[in-house]
Design a protein around this ligand. Structure first.
Ligand SMILES: *[C@@H]1O[C@H](CO)[C@@H](O)[C@H](O)[C@H]1NC(C)=O
Ligand SMILES: *[C@@H]1O[C@H](CO)[C@@H](O)[C@H](O)[C@H]1NC(C)=O
Length: 299
């Protein structure tokens, strides 16, 4: 069998050849909450021993096959809009991740195919994701950080997010932080870095809280600092940068979203005094009180 052959065309030929042998893993039940990052790890370990031809009779017992995944919404070619898939290499964990919106509330069934790229075997797994709205509603204060020296899949493991949150905690005193979204900078107009000097693509991490921003965060957006950003200089932050050196935050790309002010001006209708209360009649006034008019300058 063309075991060494790992190119796309050989791979396809293999799937067609042994397509009838595909096995299935039990259905997984998962839960996602609107406005909170959802992450599911596709562990190679979970799939490795489930391929129909067991690896036992292979000459090397500890042989670790390259495994890739394909994920889609059941009976659809692609994933739902809110969900993304990434795997850096066939020897790394794959991730399904994303942030569901209120339009996605309900149940979605995702189908994952795991491909053993050595034997061309496939294993199928379906997962039912129950998406519910958050009991707390949307976090009113949201900050979107660009971390320049990390790639998106490095930020998806739980311990990475925890240490990022610790850094946020020391600059933004608040009770409880929610990670809302994690996005590769490539999905937001960033460029693929040159494969030199270990450069990374960069990742955006959006966090939310019920508590307002501290000056540590808002001073990055002061007029002086915005001017420095226009000159391609980093802002001057007087607080200790608790992200550095592990996370290199680009303070010019920080976005602060205050939904309390957006909602106050856009969502609440303001009625003028000409609106009648229900069931009342309009009674025009008999006379209007005298008014004083000031002449404006220049007339
Ligand atoms: C999460 O980030 C992706 C990529 O930038 C974007 O398309 C999506 O709308 C974001 N979702 C939320 C809920 O912010
Ligand atoms: C960061 O923001 C600058 C503008 O301030 C923009 O030109 C640049 O593309 C952004 N970087 C990334 C990776 O999005």
């Amino acid at each position: 069998m063309a075991g060494q052959c790992l190119t796309g065309s050989c791979f396809l030929a293999g799937v067609i050849f042994i397509g009838g042998l595909s096995a299935s893993l039990p259905v997984l039940n998962l839960h996602a909450v609107v406005g909170v990052i959802f992450i599911h790890e596709l562990e190679r370990e979970d799939f490795k021993d489930t391929f129909p031809f067991s690896m036992d009779d292979h000459e090397e017992p500890s042989f670790d096959p390259p495994i890739t995944f394909h994920a889609n919404l059941l009976d659809h070619p692609d994933l739902p809009r809110w969900l993304r898939y990434i795997q850096r290499t066939p020897f790394d964990t794959g991730y399904l991740y994303g942030s569901a919106t209120s339009k996605d509330v309900g149940k979605q069934t995702i189908e994952v195919m795991a491909y053993n790229r050595y034997t061309f075997e496939t294993v199928r797994q379906t997962m039912e994701i129950r998406i519910s709205s958050s009991p707390e509603g949307e976090m009113p204060y949201q900050a979107d950080f660009l971390v320049k020296n990390w790639d998106v899949e490095e930020m998806l493991p739980k311990d990475a997010q925890e240490s990022f949150q610790e850094a946020v905690d020391s600059m933004w005193e608040q009770e409880g932080l929610t990670v809302i979204n994690i996005t590769s900078a490539l999905d937001r107009g960033g460029r693929v870095p040159l494969p030199i000097e270990n450069r990374k693509e960069g990742v955006y991490v959006k966090v939310g809280s019920k508590d307002p921003f501290t000056t540590c965060l808002t001073e990055a957006k002061s007029p002086d600092n915005l001017y420095r950003c226009r000159l391609e200089q980093q802002p001057i932050i007087t607080c200790y940068d608790s992200f550095s050196p592990r996370f290199q935050v680009d303070w010019c790309n920080l976005t602060l979203i205050d939904l309390t002010t957006i909602n106050a001006t856009e969502m609440v209708p303001v009625y003028g005094d000409g609106v009648l209360e229900e069931g009342t009649e309009f009674n025009p006034p008999d006379d209007a009180p005298d008014r004083m008019f000031f002449s404006t300058r220049g007339t």
